[in-house]
Design a binder for this molecule. Sequence first.
Ligand SMILES: Nc1ncnc2c1ncn2[C@@H]1O[C@H](COP(=O)(O)OP(=O)(O)O)[C@@H](O)[C@H]1O
Ligand SMILES: [Mg+2]
Length: 360
Amino acid sequence: MGGSRLEELAFFKRLSQEGRKIGVQVEVFTPGDVRGESARTLTYVPEKGTWMRKLAPLPPIIYDRCRYKAAANYQMLKAFRNRHSKLIFLSRPLANKWSMHQTLSQSTEIKPYLPATVRYTSVPDLLRFLKKHKLIYVKPKNGTGGRGILRIEQVGADRYLLQGRNHSRTIISPFRANERQLEIKLHSLRLSPDYVVQQGIPLTLRDGRVHDYRLLIQKNGQGEWEVTGCAGRIGPHRSITSNLHGGGSAVPQDRLLGYRFSPDKITGIKNEMNNFAHKLADFLEGKFGKLCELGMDIAVDPKGGVWLLEVNPKPSREVFRRIGQHGVYQKAVSRPLEYALWMSKQKKAPLSEETKTESN
Ligand SMILES: Nc1ncnc2c1ncn2[C@@H]1O[C@H](COP(=O)(O)OP(=O)(O)O)[C@@H](O)[C@H]1O
Ligand SMILES: [Mg+2]
């Protein structure tokens, strides 16, 4: 877990700095640092520009940024949540890509935004799905950052193109084949029901690169959902994914939409994205309980149709920094802190109500 903590240390530093401005003390720790009711935490010391380690009581509010790369990490996190269920957790773990698809399909308002998705069963089933949709994505249900994702396209009567990234995110050589050869290749990949097979949305720009959008919706200091920002992402050449960690670059939303649509159309698409984001956030809160933020991977097809590719419960806000939207980036960092303040006031509110009546 040490490594995953270091991964976001720059973000935690920024959180600490923003926290200081509004009177929120930020302490960084992992479940492995917990000692009973205390934890060996890291505190940022701005005067020295360094982190200080100390034993401190567990903070009353938890902003969980742990990545569970291994099942063991997930178990530790779950144990921590169970043991300290009285603390306020700003968010909660959501479901894997397959369960999430099933959950979201229950909503008639959300379902039209979901690409057709099935769980992998067999090579013949996958081929049938491919012939129906002509373009498909195959993704590990627990994958992140574009790892282990395949894109298969039917490019002719008996011609197929398979591209993708392996589990360490390296781009694999494109494979062109007829159906028989593709079938052999698919057998060799040893796919399992741990994969989902999804209708592909045509996202290739004129120069051959793929693109999509990352929208960040967060709770504000009044405990209400607000779209903080949305940015475009363009994958590197020869990549079938746009993730920044896979070498993608960030672009302002308007500029990227402008490559394909007229200004009028752009306004409509942006409104639809924002309305959809609110619907999704409300629905997920109803299903999973209180949440503080969600990152949505959104695709816009060539006709302007909006699609949800994935929803991330622990989103990065890096895109906004990369495109120089520093105001949006700052909001993206400070909102969880403002929401935390609001949450702690909510918790205290019934008490102060009592005090009021007593003094009356
Ligand atoms: N159905 C799809 N159609 C088109 N592109 C897709 C599709 N699914 C995924 N992608 C591309 O792959 C990227 C990663 O997929 P995603 O489902 O977000 O998984 P991860 O958890 O690895 O980020 C997306 O950001 C997008 O660029
Ligand atoms: Mg994603």
